[in-house]
Design a protein around this ligand. Structure first.
Ligand code: ATP
Ligand code: MG
Length: 190
């Protein structure tokens, strides 16, 4: 399997579709949000640093994030493809990922962009707040995360376009439709 980068706003379904893709194609999965939340839960030094940023809806600094990503990637088994969920989120992270993979004789594979309207995103995240109680899923922090997404992350879509690997999927109200379109694109790219 080729690598996959899954890209989209908070609440766009990166984690949900990643789980489906991983189950179907037996790939590795790196969710940087999950890595950070597990560090926080374990009370590590990295977790303590990350918590300040996450609770404020801000991004963890690039240097730190790039280091975490490389370590997580190197710990995964090779040869079955990896889905990158929540990374890259800045141009600097994207350039670093491209370089890191090239140094290992690998490449970014394909990028899957999830496009969902902000009203739907907000409703999903507020609902997740009730179900999972994530500290950053409250209205005030969600608004900051949307702003950070627009300013720092959304511009990356053009970067992927220039790399020639951007594949956009727009939410039309059905997870099944979205999934079958995504699976078809992955199989087309294989
Ligand atoms: P969702 O999981 O619903 O797609 P999300 O994109 O906001 O929502 P995560 O990807 O879990 O959630 O990220 C949660 C937080 O972790 C971010 O708001 C940010 O503070 C931090 N974080 C995760 N990945 C990165 C990254 N690549 N660079 C910087 N900060 C990150
Ligand atoms: Mg997620």
């Amino acid at each position: 399997m080729k690598n996959i980068i899954i890209f989209g706003a908070p609440g766009s379904g990166k984690g949900t579709y990643s789980d489906e893709i991983v189950a179907k194609y037996n790939m590795g999965h790196i969710s940087t949000g999950d890595v950070l939340r597990s560090e926080i839960k374990n009370g590590t030094e990295l977790g303590n640093i990350a918590k300040g940023y996450i609770d404020n809806g801000q991004l963890i600094p690039d240097e730190l994030m790039i280091d975490i990503l490389a370590k997580t990637y190197d710990a995964l088994p090779k040869g079955q493809g990896v889905i990158f969920d929540g990374f890259p989120r800045t141009i600097a992270q994207a350039e670093a990922l491209k370089t890191m993979l090239a140094e290992r004789g690998d490449d970014m594979g394909m990028m899957i962009e999830l496009v969902v309207g902000e009203d739907v995103l907000m409703a999903r995240l507020l609902n997740r707040a009730k179900e999972q109680g994530r500290a950053d899923d409250n209205e005030e922090t969600i608004k900051k995360r949307f702003e950070v997404y627009h300013n720092q992350t959304a511009p990356l879509a053009d970067w992927f376009e220039k790399e020639g690997i951007r594949n956009t999927f727009t939410w039309k109200g059905s997870k099944e439709t979205m999934l079958s379109e995504i699976f078809a694109a992955i199989e087309n790219n294989a």
